[in-house]
Design a protein around this ligand. Structure first.
Ligand code: ADP
Ligand code: MG
Length: 371
């Protein structure tokens, strides 16, 4: 557990980079520090392992003030991952990972085994990668080594300062997913700095939003999305991510075009249309677009041999339908019951407007709320 108590950092030029921080990182928690450039994230993080000494207040690790501990020993017991990886180019991958375990005089046999385990954990085959040099790895692979190097000596705390910022978007997402998975496996306390809200939402147990050296809001991603503390937080989250349920989209927006057929058509014609549009049922309408009912592929196939039958003979006249004046909520409430899997929508005079499908609902709602 890491506890900040009235912590300030005043740099030599009298600039107060961090003002009276009070918060706790719980055991096994992944806490993300986020905020605009210069808000004090790195300063906050580096005070934990004493790369920067705090000016006022106390930081406790497991109830012991960090200022009472030898900074060198403290740092050996806290994993640290930064953006500029910092692998030693003249050492192999295995030697790089073994660095801290060696300093801590851990048995060679123990850490050699650990290196293989860690490489496997991030999907790098030990027999291929152990003896390579850093330049022989891609950026994403090097960053994976940076992460597992921080785990090699089994520290209970890991600090990560924008570790994935320099990576391409795909490696970045992969590493975020790996971190979430690793975290479940290893149960470490992790403080992670980023300025990317998507990254924070993806990996954090709790997010600490900072501005000008102060905490603006510290809470779970869910709470922050639902109850942003002020306009700064709202802006930082971005309008698109905010869930404003009062602004449900109009029903109109989720209506899509229906594939229709006239009642006097034969079943072979119906099958042709089903194939052409890759659908499994058709909406039946008359000349003036009045909604009459639906037919589905099974009814058509079952009756196919009876050549005299027309669509009007096998039509289902009472599927669940919606009136165009109803709401998205109504659609959400009854689409599950619709046996045909979608809802025809009609006007007050019975004319077909189109249909609402699960897909059209989901797409539009996701669009609207960007969840
Ligand atoms: P962040 O990591 O959020 O971008 P930092 O913690 O690096 O922010 O910096 C916070 C503020 O402290 C910035 O305004 C920065 O210019 C200032 N700062 C950082 N290091 C020093 C220093 N050694 N001396 C004076 N000011 C500094
Ligand atoms: Mg920084």
């Amino acid at each position: 557990m890491i506890k900040f108590e009235n912590v300030h950092k005043i740099y030599e030029d009298n600039f107060e980079a961090v003002k009276n921080l009070n918060f706790t990182v719980k055991e096994g928690e992944l806490l993300v520090l986020i905020g605009p450039s210069g808000c004090g994230k790195t300063t906050t993080m580096k005070m934990i392992n004493r790369l920067i000494d705090l000016s006022k207040g106390t930081i406790y690790i497991n109830k012991k003030p960090v200022n009472d501990q030898d900074p060198v020993i403290l740092r050996r017991n806290i994993g640290y991952v930064i953006q500029q990886i910092g692998l030693f180019p003249h050492m192999t991958i295995a030697e790089n990972i073994a660095l801290v375990p060696k300093l801590k005089k851990i048995d060679k046999e123990v850490y050699e085994k650990k290196i293989d385990e860690l490489l496997m954990m991030v999907g790098l085959e030990p027999h291929i990668y152990r003896d390579r040099y850093p330049v022989e790895l891609s950026g994403g692979q090097q960053q994976r080594i940076g992460v597992i190097r921080a785990l090699a000596a089994d520290p209970s705390i890991i600090l990560m300062d924008e570790p994935f910022s320099a990576l391409d978007p795909i490696s970045r997402e992969e590493l975020q997913e790996e971190l979430v998975r690793l975290k479940e496996e290893i149960n470490k306390t992790i403080v992670f700095v980023t300025h990317d809200m998507d990254e924070a939402l993806k990996i954090a147990d709790r997010i600490c939003i900072m501005k000008d050296g102060e905490i603006v809001q510290l809470d779970t991603p869910e709470k922050i999305l639902r109850y942003p503390a002020n306009d700064f937080v709202k802006n930082f989250i971005g309008e698109k991510r905010l869930n404003n349920i009062s602004e449900m989209p109009e029903l109109e927006k989720v209506i899509v075009k229906a594939i229709t057929i006239k009642p006097e058509k034969g079943l072979a014609e119906a099958i042709k249309i089903l194939h052409k549009y890759r659908v499994d049922s058709l909406v039946v309408v008359d000349q003036s677009k009045q909604f009459l009912g639906v037919v589905d592929v099974w009814d058509i196939y079952k009756n196919y041999k009876k050549e005299e039958l027309k669509i009007c003979d096998i039509i289902k006249t009472n599927p669940i339908i919606l009136n165009e004046k109803q709401t998205i909520n109504d659609a959400l409430n009854c689409i599950g019951e619709a046996k045909i899997g979608y809802l025809p929508v009609v006007t007050a005079t019975g004319e077909l407007k189109g249909i609402i499908t699960n897909e059209s609902l989901v797409e539009n709602i996701i669009d609207e709320f960007s969840i």
